[in-house]
Write a protein that binds this ligand. Structure first.
Ligand SMILES: CC1=C(/C=C/C(C)=C/C=C/C(C)=C/C=C/C=C(C)/C=C/C=C(C)/C=C/C2=C(C)CCCC2(C)C)C(C)(C)CCC1
Ligand SMILES: [Fe+2]
Length: 352
């Protein structure tokens, strides 16, 4: 005979797997508080910048950095700062010293390893960063598509193609629409370690390479729309495509990072925390968000300390551009282990 308590736990776990870790009660709240606001914000920015372009009004360039600056405390940096609690929560257990210690150790090894690559081969480290971000932001969107919008991406091929298309929007569309700014960012970042800057990856800005990227995007986006047969999927891809082709890239990527990728991921984390889920299901989403903020505060501060240490070691130019370039390098180093934790979530929550 099955003991009723374990039958209940099993039933709950099966429901969580089936729903990609997002219960129906949570899903409705997440669509309302996370998904719809992100559509409104990106739509608003598209219209604003279409008007700005049409009227020739100039926006002072330093504003471009505002969302990245905000991301240090709001959503961006904190979205990864509860990674140490995730593996235990995925097992329906309370995080303890061992589970947290394990994540800390893996994080430290990967961050240090990748930081070394930045010092030794910055051009290569940059290209890897773009590929890694494509994967990680694609996996985040794929989960939101399945878990929040309940799109019906039945096959593994459909999911893989969707991941690539989604991640390509922020990483590749700006290369086609704003090659100069793309080059400037690459240059500032690589220059922290190598005075040749973007020259080391000159191939990426050649017309033939950009043409191939264009073909790649058309093939993957068409395949995603065909395989998903979902108007949500097609609609979000269209919104992202137009957004990254219209809004200046540093601003566009910054807003997307805070108010699209990070907010979706925080929603996914809230759905994984039983206490936060009960707040959401009682209609108190703010309490769930505050609980997340409390969990995320210590290691957000920890990441800021790592940033300060990196500043002392790399000593970039003391300008807004220098600050931004080093912040991107910090994000790159953190993204490697962070994407590993999210890959574990994907596996346990049956995205694959
Ligand atoms: C847990 C832990 C911790 C913490 C952590 C954290 C806090 C995390 C986070 C994480 C994160 C926070 C992540 C992020 C990510 C991000 C990204 C990934 C980004 C990217 C970007 C890009 C890549 C961009 C670029 C560009 C621009 C901007 C413009 C145009 C051009 C281009 C596209 C180039 C510590 C270490 C303390 C300790 C150990 C444990
Ligand atoms: Fe992330």
């Amino acid at each position: 005979m099955t003991d009723p308590e374990s039958a209940d736990v099993n039933e709950r776990s099966t429901a969580r797997y089936r729903d990609y870790g997002v219960s129906d009660g949570c899903r409705r709240a997440l669509v309302r508080w996370v998904v719809v606001p992100s559509w409104v914000l990106l739509g608003f920015l598209v219209v604003t910048f279409a008007v700005v372009r049409a009227t020739g009004v100039s926006v002072p360039p330093s504003y471009r950095y505002a969302p990245f600056l905000v991301s240090i405390v709001v959503f961006g940096l904190p979205h990864g700062a509860v990674d140490h609690l995730v593996p235990a929560r995925l097992r329906d257990e309370k995080p303890d010293l061992v589970s947290v210690g394990r994540v800390m150790a893996v994080y430290t090894v990967l961050v240090v390893m990748y930081a070394v690559v930045w010092f030794v081969a910055p051009g290569l480290a940059f290209v890897f960063f773009i590929g890694l971000t494509l994967y990680h932001w694609g996996q985040g969107d794929l989960h939101a598509s399945l878990g929040f919008l309940r799109t019906n991406l039945g096959s593994r091929l459909g999911r893989a193609v969707t991941l690539v298309s989604r991640g390509s929007m922020p990483m590749l569309v700006p290369l086609l629409a704003f090659p100069e700014e793309y080059r400037d960012v690459a240059d500032a970042v690589i220059r922290v370690f190598d005075p040749r800057g973007a020259e080391t990856i000159a191939f990426a800005f050649e017309p033939a390479f950009r043409f191939s990227v264009g073909v790649f995007l058309v093939v993957f986006v068409s395949a995603t729309v065909y395989l998903s047969r979902s108007s949500f999927e097609a609609g979000e891809l269209a919104l992202l495509g137009v957004y990254f082709a219209t809004v200046p890239p540093i601003l566009a990527v910054g807003f997307y990072f805070c108010f699209w990728h990070s907010t979706r991921h925080i929603g996914r984390l809230i759905a994984l925390d039983p206490v936060a889920v009960s707040h959401v299901e009682d209609g108190n989403a703010t309490r769930a968000l505050l609980r997340f903020g409390r969990d995320a505060a210590p290691l957000t501060a920890g990441a800021v300390v790592i940033f300060a240490a990196l500043w002392l070691v790399a000593s970039p130019p003391a300008t807004v551009e220098g600050f931004f370039a080093l912040y991107l390098i910090l994000l790159a180093a953190l993204t490697l282990p962070h994407a590993g934790v999210v890959t574990l979530m994907d596996r346990v929550q049956r995205v694959w």
